[in-house]
Write a protein that binds this ligand. Structure first.
Ligand code: TRP
Length: 450
């Protein structure tokens, strides 16, 4: 087998992993969940979930990946030869593929909206829900944009770990952070900033129910790219001196920071326009925001042009770095287990994923009446991935590290053979053995019943 690549620098490690985590989940899904679940109280619970569940699960994925230096399926087979644990690796690669197929479709929408905002088309008086619905239900245009997006992802992955993933993450992540900074400042200057900030900062605990807690946990999983082998695959490119605990804490902090700042961008803007409500669901970014841009910047269209252009650019960059990680976890498997060279492997993954993506995209239009158990194809993929296989994957990873793996191996991996102190090791083991499995078990039961 050829020599395996590594990330070339510490910064590359953090930016690539943060790139995987920061995605549509932060800028699109998080504000939607905050809006639907009553604001600040949801954010507090979310923070708790990131600390108690997100950080330990991420550390576990990192240690599995770095210890085995292999794609997710091989990683589990190496650590537990001939055992059923391998099924987690198989599920991870399979679901990364599934998620990529519909993630690409939504990412294609963001690319379309970016182009439209640069053409000024999002600053005209029109009903944006009609605009959005007629765009997504049309068969060809959304697919065309999804294909362009997939080609972009493919080109990065085909270049490999250092000159593809690491290099582009180092360019895109700083750009993304810069854009967020600019947009937060702009948003604070909007007339609704006060109301928006109050919504985000003043917790109303009367809105907290079991299902809100469980949504926060599901959101943490999705946003941190957990349980699907993405971070395991990236960790297999970490060098022996990469500090796993520190990296996991940095990645979780960056991801959470971006999610909260996205709230700070979106809610002041949303509240600055009368009769627009923050709990409009998934249309928040594609329907509510164009309305806001149009109304709020009516008298100074140049600002609206810049604001909307930057906003969709932000979404696109975030989506691209996440799609790269989903793509890489499948491609790494194809390269290593089927012995296919990277460029060809990457092309095979892109093409087959896009084929599945066609079905997802058409399920918003031509195929919208085709349902399985009441869900469209897109809905079904999302349901299977985020509501069934993801929580189950997180559960299995924790049980694997907490109960199956040798304690010494886990300790050595997290402390780089006792050279980096990790005082909370026993607490970490307590979390992965008991707290996280029980918490995930609860989400799982709730999702299935609800
Ligand atoms: N975390 C990304 C986001 O916030 C999406 C993502 C990338 C993902 N890789 C993943 C989600 C693996 C689940 C599993 O948009």
């Amino acid at each position: 087998m050829t020599e395996r690549s590594n990330f070339g620098s510490k910064l590359g490690v953090v930016l690539a992993s943060a790139g995987s985590a920061v995605g549509l989940g932060n800028v699109w899904r998080f504000p939607t969940e905050v809006g639907n679940n009553g604001g600040a109280a949801f954010i507090l619970i979310y923070l708790l979930c990131v600390l108690a569940v997100g950080v330990p699960v991420m550390m576990s994925e990192f240690l599995i990946g770095r210890h085995t230096n292999a794609n997710t399926i091989t990683a589990f087979s190496k650590l537990a030869p001939g055992k059923w644990w391998r099924i987690e690796g198989v599920a991870g690669v399979f679901v990364a593929f599934l998620i990529l197929s519909y993630y690409t479709i939504i990412s294609g929408w963001t690319l379309y909206y970016l182009v439209q905002s640069l053409k000024g088309a999002l600053l005209t008086d029109q009903d944006y829900s009609v605009y959005f619905n007629s765009f997504v239900s049309e068969p060809f245009t959304p697919l065309l944009y999804a294909i362009i997006f997939m080609v972009m992802t493919h080109l990065v992955i085909a270049r490999g770990v250092q000159s593809g993933i690491e290099r582009f993450s180092k360019i895109m992540m700083p750009m993304l952070l810069l854009i967020i900074g600019i947009l937060v400042v702009c948003s604070f200057g909007m007339p609704g900033a006060g109301t928006g900030l109050r919504f985000l900062l003043k917790p109303d605990f009367s809105k907290v129910t079991a299902s809100v807690v469980l949504s926060a946990m599901g959101q943490a999983f999705f946003s941190l790219s957990l349980a699907m082998g993405c971070l395991c695959t990236y960790a297999s490119y970490f060098t022996p001196d990469t500090k796993l605990v520190k990296t996991a804490v940095s990645v979780c902090s960056i991801d959470t920071f971006v999610a909260v700042l996205s709230g700070f961008i979106i809610f002041p803007a949303v509240f600055s326009v009368p009769n627009v409500s923050p709990d409009e669901g998934p249309g928040l970014v594609f329907v509510t925001l164009p309305n806001v841009f149009n109304i709020a910047f009516h008298s100074i269209p140049v600002l609206g042009y810049i604001f909307s252009g930057l906003f969709y650019m932000l979404l696109l960059l975030a989506a691209l770095t996440s799609a790269m990680s989903l793509h890489e976890s499948v491609t790494a498997y194809v390269i290593e287990s089927w012995g296919i060279p990277r460029k060809k492997a990457s092309a095979m993954v892109s093409a087959s994923c896009m084929t599945l993506g066609v079905l997802c995209s058409l399920s918003f239009g031509v195929l919208s009446d085709f349902t399985i158990c009441g869900l469209t194809i897109f809905g079904l993929f999302d349901f299977c991935a985020s509501k069934i296989i993801m929580p189950a994957g997180g559960l299995i990873i924790c049980l694997f590290v907490g109960w199956y793996l040798d304690r010494k191996l886990v300790y050595n991996e997290l402390t780089n053979c006792d050279t980096v102190p990790f005082r909370l090791f026993r607490f970490y083991i307590f979390l992965v053995r008991y707290v996280v499995p029980i918490a995930i078990g609860l989400i799982f039961i709730n999702e299935l019943l609800g």
